[in-house]
Design a protein around this ligand. Structure first.
Ligand code: AMP
Length: 548
């Protein structure tokens, strides 16, 4: 064995503190704007943010927090939450962002499982903290992210964030940490069983920030003003709190009001150029804009992911409002970004229809992520845009093992995502389902997402879910569950007729049921398991005839 010739470059560990330090030093005057829980709009700069993140680090160290300890947050998108991102991970503690929309028992489970020592919370969650505190005896302190004047009346004894910070001077140097040490902890939303923790490292977080910033990803630059609608408690707001300082990008935080009017006004008043979030919030924004008859004056692109972006939505934003929609796919276990649908030079020469079809898919991987689709025996499936298979991924920001779980989730070194997908010859991924939501009709798979997308394109449909319903002959057949738009009318027969020529005949649902609302998970995804339970006894029209 010959000794390898080692490179002679600096061995600088990748630490998340360097992202904020970079922004503070080189883009120090760039603004961070936050609509506050207290009601006003707060403005300061990356320089101020780093100073206060250091004060927080000093305060936590003074409270006895050791590197490796988990510090939880229950907070909206805002500057204090950003300080918490860096004032914890920056000195080696782990920032554990919790989704406050989960059930209280689930949050208590997560806090106890993670062994969180302190919990920082926005004052909107005061009542939640009062119900959590008795269930979480190991938490050493609850810190209200506000000043003394706004401290809410609570049963739980709490510490005041601004008072803690005021006692520190910010004269602190970020320590150099092993880049493999833990940085952030996010739990999956857990539609079945208990949530599981994905524990990111400094290395994976910084590499993900590079990946997320690339031109064919979110392409943040210092000329952008970015509004993350995706909450900072959902997979680190898709890495925006890390990618923005890396790019010296201006940040605009929306706080807790994510309705169409509030978002539109903030996008306009802060001259936002790029935003990111799940399809449900964009539905609210579109409805508001249509009613108010308003248009964007600065927004040029939006990243849509978390669930499939309905093609109808993509078309309206692109064609009616001139905003480029970047459809993206990822998951908590992937930090989260995996693929984005941006077009290459060659693809952009194709017909408008072909380009649109590509943009409707979830896109190509970004450097760092590799993917494949496999059949039930684990054999690679072709990239022909037709073969459906289980989607497996790997890469430096993909999970190796869940927090505090011994067994490895990997198969031959790849992480099985639980998604079912096709990949076409362009390398564009198209997610057709979660594997547990796939509809198997006569041994063939039907993509519930495609069936839903057709329904959503109907002008009278606000939301649609397609689920498997048992069938005596075909085992399963699709049932469409629909929420109508306010004041709109459509019948079952009209909707089924709408499918003609849009999907294969045998993909057309056997029945349509109208409901007032659909159940969603804490991250806004359709709760198909719950829907299948609700319609377990539903008898499809064809099924009756055949049973007789
Ligand atoms: P989470 O870990 O909560 O971010 O959820 C990840 C899951 O959301 C993925 O495994 C997919 O099932 C789904 N998902 C995320 N983005 C998309 C997308 N663009 N289209 C379809 N499903 C998506």
């Amino acid at each position: 064995m010959t000794t390898p010739l080692l490179g002679q470059m600096m061995d600088v560990p990748l630490n998340v503190s360097s992202l904020l330090a970079h922004a503070a030093r080189h883009f120090g005057a760039t603004e961070i704007v936050s609509r506050r829980i207290e009601g006003d709009v707060h403005r300061y700069t990356y320089r101020d943010c780093e100073q206060r993140a250091k004060q927080l680090a000093q305060a936590l160290i003074a409270l006895g927090v050791q590197p490796g300890e988990r510090i939880a947050t229950l907070a909206w998108c805002g500057y204090r939450h950003l300080e918490a991102y860096y004032g914890t991970a920056g000195f080696g503690a782990v920032c554990h962002t919790i989704n406050p929309r989960l059930f209280t028992d689930q949050i208590a489970y997560i806090i106890n499982h993670a062994d969180d020592s302190y919990v920082l919370f926005d004052i909107t969650f005061a009542a939640l903290v009062d119900s959590l505190a008795p269930q979480c005896p190991k938490v050493r302190g609850w810190i209200a992210l506000t000043d003394e004047a706004h401290l809410p009346q609570m049963d739980t004894p709490v510490l005041c964030y601004e008072t803690l910070l005021a006692a520190q001077d910010g004269a602190y140097d970020w320590p150099v940490l092993d880049e493999r040490s833990a940085s952030y902890l996010c739990y999956t939303s857990g539609t079945t069983g208990n949530p599981k923790g994905a524990l990111y490292s400094h290395r994976s977080t910084v590499l993900h920030a590079f990946g997320a910033s690339m031109p064919d990803a979110m392409s943040f630059s210092s000329s952008d003003s970015v509004l993350p609608v995706v909450p900072m408690f959902h997979v680190n707001a898709w890495g925006i709190p890390h990618a923005a300082p890396l790019g010296g990008t201006r940040l605009v935080f929306p706080g807790k009001d994510l309705d169409g009017k509030s978002l539109y006004e903030l996008i306009e008043s802060e001259r936002v150029t790029c935003t990111a979030g799940v399809p449900t919030v964009w539905l609210g924004l579109l409805t508001y804009m249509k009613q108010a008859g308003v248009r964007f004056s600065s927004l040029n692109r939006m990243v849509v992911g978390g669930s499939a972006c309905p093609p109808a939505m993509l078309r309206i934003f692109q064609e009616d409002y001139g905003v480029r929609v970047i459809h993206a796919w990822g998951m908590t276990e992937m930090s989260p970004l995996g693929t984005l649908a941006t077009l290459s030079w060659e693809q952009a020469q194709r017909t408008p229809d072909e380009q649109r079809k590509l943009r409707e898919k979830q896109g190509h991987v970004i450097f760092g992520v590799d993917m494949k689709i496999v059949d039930a025996e684990g054999r690679d499936l072709p990239w022909d845009g037709v073969a459906f298979g289980d989607l497996h991924v790997r890469g430096p920001w993909v999970i190796d093992r869940y927090f505090r779980k011994d067994d490895s989730p990997l198969v031959d070194g790849w992480f099985p995502t639980g998604d079912v997908a096709t990949i076409d010859k362009d390398g564009f991924l198209n997610i057709t389902d979660r594997s547990k939501d796939v509809i198997k009709s006569g041994g063939e798979w039907i993509s519930s997402i495609e069936v839903e997308n057709v329904a959503i394109a109907h002008p009278a449909v606000a939301e649609a879910a397609c689920i498997a319903c048992s069938h005596p002959k075909w085992t399963e057949r699709p049932l469409l569950v629909v929420v109508k738009r306010k004041d709109a009318q459509v019948t079952r027969e009209e909707l089924l007729a709408f499918y003609q020529g849009k999907v294969a005949k045998w993909w057309i649902p056997d029945d349509v049921v109208f409901v007032d609302e659909l159940p969603h998970t804490a991250t806004g995804k359709l709760q198909k398991l719950r829907l299948r339970e609700m319609f377990r006894d539903h008898v499809l029209p064809g099924a009756v005839e055949r049973a007789v």
